[in-house]
Ligand binder design. Structure first.
Ligand SMILES: Cc1cc2nc3c(=O)[nH]c(=O)nc-3n(C[C@H](O)[C@H](O)[C@H](O)COP(=O)(O)OP(=O)(O)OC[C@H]3O[C@@H](n4cnc5c(N)ncnc54)[C@H](O)[C@@H]3O)c2cc1C
Length: 354
């Protein structure tokens, strides 16, 4: 009997669990996922996702809210974005997402082991902080923005967004995106209503010229902006990094996907969908070295476009003008058509999933 190839996946987030479900269905592979948390857990996130996409992977229960429109607000105006064909955006519960994706991976045949924090990567094995060793034929780094697998490959992370949010108890009607150069620089602030709580957050992009004072100023501006709208009593403050610094995903028998690979958007901060889809691609590549990684390629094309937008945003004075003009144009039918074509294109990527 042919021996199974061992695949160790570090991280049980959307990327790692997406890869595990795809690979474990193939009986030629033994798939082990190592997760440092003691159970499928919450991850700091606004929870914004396109519902049509995520419903292909998990049940409706994971979704908190669905919205027909989003409001884009500049200091002077409010613009309404409505997607004629469908619900525009949803928010989901990150703990439930990880729970369902874990069950799915286990059902496919993967072993998902919790309480296993990987601290060291050697040529053919990983070592955990509690002294265990797991040997591998293939290793997948799906361990997020502070990936130890990425570090073991000596890949730097220079392009990132320091992102933080208040989780505020209560309800709110609409999804809102606030663009205001004076307050938030090239990033934006969001209001994403979830079930019984509201995620209100912003980010600091490494693409901006920065000094420690700028980061402090952003926090002060953000706090003042929040307090104008919400009572922060009982709110939880939290933050994490988003890595959008892509530098390759295949390094011999070691692969990177999701935030570990820098697949998140440097423009919007969206990272769950790229995580699942690049996890699937990596799993398919391991099964078939000739597989063309269509999701990875699609994201690299999107990233190239975003890089252009980021360059424009940091250039002065055009950057300052770009966002309000873009928000204004977003109201025109022509731009809407383009945007929705892009959403259609991007949601078609789900067809490549399991
Ligand atoms: C404030 C904030 C708001 C965001 N809002 C959105 C949003 O609205 N929509 C969106 O699409 N994206 C959003 N993102 C980005 C999104 O959360 C990430 O892009 C996404 O979670 C990446 O998935 P992943 O599987 O690659 O990594 P993760 O979800 O980070 O999963 C990595 C897993 O690896 C585990 N791990 C890490 N190190 C080790 C180790 N050494 N050993 C074992 N396990 C380890 C972690 O515990 C974790 O479970 C947001 C991010 C932040 C910080």
């Amino acid at each position: 009997m042919q021996t199974k190839k061992k695949v160790v996946i570090v991280g049980a987030g959307p990327a790692g669990l997406g890869a595990a479900s795809e690979l474990a269905r193939n009986e030629s592979f033994e798939v082990i996922v190592l997760e440092r948390n003691s159970e499928p857990s919450y991850k700091v996130c606004g929870g914004g996702i396109h519902p049509d996409f995520i419903k292909d992977f998990v049940s409706q229960d994971v979704l908190d809210r669905e919205f027909e429109k989003i409001l884009i607000k500049t200091p002077r105006s409010t613009y309404t974005m409505k997607y004629d064909k469908n619900i525009f955006m949803g928010t989901l519960n990150r703990k439930k997402l990880n729970e369902e994706l874990t069950k799915k991976a286990e059902k496919a045949g993967a072993q998902v082991l919790f309480g296993k924090a990987v601290k060291e990567i050697q040529k053919d094995k990983v070592l955990t902080t509690n002294g265990e060793e797991f040997s591998f034929d293939y290793l997948i780094g799906a361990d997020g923005a502070t990936s130890v697998v990425r570090k073991s490959l000596n890949i730097p992370t220079e392009n990132f967004i320091i992102t933080y949010q208040y989780i505020i108890p209560g309800d709110y009607e609409n999804v809102e995106i606030h663009v205001d150069f004076k307050k938030f620089g090239i990033t934006y602030s969001w209001i994403f209503p979830q079930k019984g709580v509201i995620s209100v957050g912003t980010g600091y992009s490494s693409a901006e010229e920065k000094s420690p004072g700028d980061v402090k100023k952003l926090r002060e501006n953000f706090d003042a902006w929040c307090k104008e709208r919400f009572s922060l009593e009982g709110a939880r403050f939290e933050g994490f990094t988003i890595n959008y610094d892509y530098r390759g995903f295949e390094f011999g028998n070691v692969y990177l996907c999701g935030d570990a690979g820098g697949f998140a958007s440097g423009f919007t901060g969206e990272g769950m969908k790229p995580a699942i889809l690049t996890g699937i691609d990596v799993a398919r590549k391991i099964q078939d070295p000739n597989y063309k990684c269509i999701n990875v390629e699609a994201y690299l094309a999107i990233k190239k476009r975003e890089e252009g937008i980021l360059k424009l945003l940091i250039s002065r004075p055009w950057g300052r003008l770009f966002t309000p003009i873009a928000a204004h144009l977003a109201n025109s039918n022509w731009i809407k058509k383009m945007l929705f074509k892009f959403i259609d294109m991007s949601s078609k990527m789900k067809n490549t999933g399991p």
